[in-house]
Design a protein around this ligand. Structure first.
Ligand code: SF4
Length: 639
């Protein structure tokens, strides 16, 4: 099957057009936008729209105190004979200025705290979130009233005080979003290609947190407008700036209620409701458009080591050698989870090894461990990883960065999640080159991106498209192109065909096989499907419950499997030569990694289990002759 260039029609012609198309589907959002635009334009063009000077009764006429609405004064006049409509128009200016500036301060503080807490985690997160929680339980309005009362009631003070007390909700939401984005594959990829924290936050976290910031900013404006109105109504507003709150204060204080001059109260009240309602509706519309579907042990005594294959196969160029690698997840207050234990294998130039097992058996943890990309709780507690005879588990982050992508690269599972949705595919491939090959001539980067896309069968015109404009197969091809960006010698393909239909799966597998032959790549192919690796792999490592169940040449695994788990996996694999063969599934589930059985980890599901299996963990037995390693008590009888 040849690699076909896939032609696709752009799903979305442009981001801005799509934004408006989605936004306008929200009727509430449109209504809010109309309300908000009307009041904004009124405030901006106040000097043109206001029929009278809001600061004096000049021009209104003598004796016009608390006149009811009329053709001359649409909203009537106030206690000083001033035109209420003119006051209303100028009041919108002051209320909105306070609202927007206070919102900016709140969102800036909340956004910064949320991103730093979410991204850095650990102690930083604990301190920042405890502080946020404390601020959250303190009722902000009484505090704002007290502080403004104790300070000079200027507009600037009011903006600042409202701003610094309105950030807590934003901080919590942004922190949650940052945590979700941080664990996305494209952030992991950015870390893998050596991007610094500032770069990751600016280019990968912030764009995906921005929708929350925008929606929050809009909503916080309404809270700020309400707070300013409350302060002014209580007599704590800036007496030189006539806001809607000030209008209410003057009307109440100067007998509008007792004289029946309701218009002096209704006009500013309508203004406040108008703005708050408009902002809430716009917030809903924005949320519909912007809310992205981010769219989220124990240290065992060392067991017998498999004899080094490198030594056994002396003379062959071994690129990667993993020796007795053990990885634990250690979370405070919880039992450590032994995700990988005592796993060993080697990889030669141009070889393809299949890493097979059910979900949760430690495959992905093992792969992340090879690149030192484990999450914070993950720790390599034993063993070594040699890349071209250089031990990499002991290297510093900077040193490992030189190995990542240039020596060993990774194709993450779930290409949609592994690509940043707000950056073009070409841009993301270029980023990999820039980060890992700083000496690469920047003028040649576009050509190199085109070359890489061509290598994986994607036409150059798709370079400037976004991941959502790619089909599933194209996204996976783009991930492979990215993995090849720095000419690595080893590529880890972590379940690259998951969620793809069978035809596309076949194309991706063929692409990987062709690239291996063309570029001399060594590939570790991670999958839960033994069938997928049958034709491509040289050797297969079957993992179960974090340990090696069986490790052998692919023919041995398929023809003479010795571990009951491998045998059961093969029974679940359809055989085209035996169409009547019944497929079976393995009853039960893999063990929890923080609650492993005392003996063999497969014992609760093993059809051949016997007493010893439940108390004694089987050793890794290496059979004579060809490489064949099995961890099962039954093998002792045939050794
Ligand atoms: S050691 Fe026992 S339980 Fe484990 S795979 Fe072998 S026979 Fe089954």
């Amino acid at each position: 099957m040849s690699i076909q260039t896939v032609e696709i029609k752009p799903i979305i012609p442009s981001a801005s057009k799509n934004f408006w198309q989605t936004y306008r589907q929200s009727r509430l959002g449109i209504a809010g936008l109309i309300l908000l635009l009307a009041i904004l334009l009124t405030a901006i063009f106040a000097p043109l729209l206001a029929p009278y000077d809001p600061k004096s009764s000049e021009g209104v006429g003598a004796g016009q105190v608390y006149n009811a609405p009329s053709a001359a004064h649409w909203f009537g006049t106030d206690d000083a004979g001033r035109d209420v409509f003119s006051n209303f128009i100028y009041g919108a200016r002051v209320s909105l200025i306070v609202g927007f500036f206070a919102s900016f301060i709140s969102v800036f503080i909340g956004g910064t705290i949320g991103i730093v807490a979410g991204y850095y985690g650990g102690r930083t997160e604990n301190i920042l979130m405890r502080f946020t929680d404390t601020m959250l339980v303190i009722p902000d309005l009484p505090l704002i009233v007290v502080i403004v009362a104790l300070t000079r009631p200027s507009l600037l003070n009011i903006i600042f005080v409202i701003g610094i007390f309105g950030w807590t909700t934003t901080a919590r939401m942004v922190r949650s979003q940052t945590l979700a984005v941080k664990s996305r594959k494209f952030v992991l990829r950015a870390r893998a290609i050596g991007a610094g924290r500032a770069h990751i936050i600016r280019h990968h976290i912030l764009p995906l947190v921005m929708p929350i910031l925008v929606v929050q900013a809009v909503l916080v404006v309404s809270v700020a407008v309400l707070n300013e109105s409350t302060l002014s109504f209580l007599g704590l507003g800036d007496p030189t700036a006539l806001s809607w709150g000030q209008m209410l204060n003057y009307a109440f204080a100067r007998g509008a209620m007792s004289t029946g001059a309701w218009w002096a109260l209704v006009a500013p009240g309508i203004g406040i409701i108008w703005v708050v309602l408009g902002l809430i509706l716009v917030g809903q519309g924005l949320e519909q458009v912007l809310n992205p579907r981010l769219n989220t042990h124990h240290l065992m005594p060392s067991r017998p080591t498999i004899k080094s294959e490198a030594a056994a196969r002396s003379g062959e160029q071994v690129l990667l050698e993993v020796r007795n690698l053990s990885i634990n997840y250690i979370n405070e207050g919880q039992a450590p989870a032994c995700a990988v234990e005592d796993v060993s294998f080697t990889l030669k130039e141009g070889e393809l090894i299949g890493l097979v097992g059910e979900s949760g058996c430690g495959k992905t943890t093992l792969m992340l461990g090879l690149l030192k990309l484990l999450p914070n709780a993950g720790q390599i507690v034993n063993g070594q990883v040699y890349f071209k005879n250089k031990e990499i588990t002991t290297l510093s982050d900077d040193e490992v960065n030189k190995v990542r992508w240039r020596g060993i690269s990774i194709v993450f599972q779930g290409a949609m999640n592994a690509l940043n949705p707000v950056r073009t595919v070409g841009d993301q491939i270029a980023e990999t080159i820039i980060k890992h090959l700083p000496d690469f001539d920047s003028a040649k980067i576009p050509a190199r991106v085109t070359e890489l896309l061509d290598l994986v069968g994607i036409a150059a015109e798709h370079k400037e498209q976004y991941p959502h404009q790619y089909s599933g197969g194209m996204r996976q091809r783009a991930m492979i192109a990215m993995a090849l960006a720095c000419n690595p010698e080893v590529v880890i393909a972590d379940e690259p065909t998951t969620a793809l239909d069978v035809m596309i799966q076949a194309q991706i597998l063929e692409l990987l096989d062709q690239l291996r032959k063309k570029l001399g790549l060594a590939i570790i192919f991670v999958t839960h499907d033994l069938g997928v690796v049958a034709e491509m792999c040289d050797r297969v490592l079957v993992m179960y419950g974090g340990v090696t169940a069986e490790y052998a040449a692919v023919d041995t695994i398929y023809n003479t499997p010795l571990h009951p788990y491998t045998q059961e996996l093969l029974k679940a694999f359809p055989d085209l030569t035996k169409p009547k063969k019944k497929l079976s599934s393995i009853p039960g589930y893999p063990p929890r990694l923080d609650d492993l059985p005392a003996g063999c980890r497969f014992a609760p599901r093993c059809p051949a289990v016997f007493d010893r299996c439940r108390t004694e963990q089987p050793a890794l037995h290496e059979l004579a002759g060809e490489l064949h390693v099995v961890s099962c008590h039954l093998v002792e009888a045939i050794k």
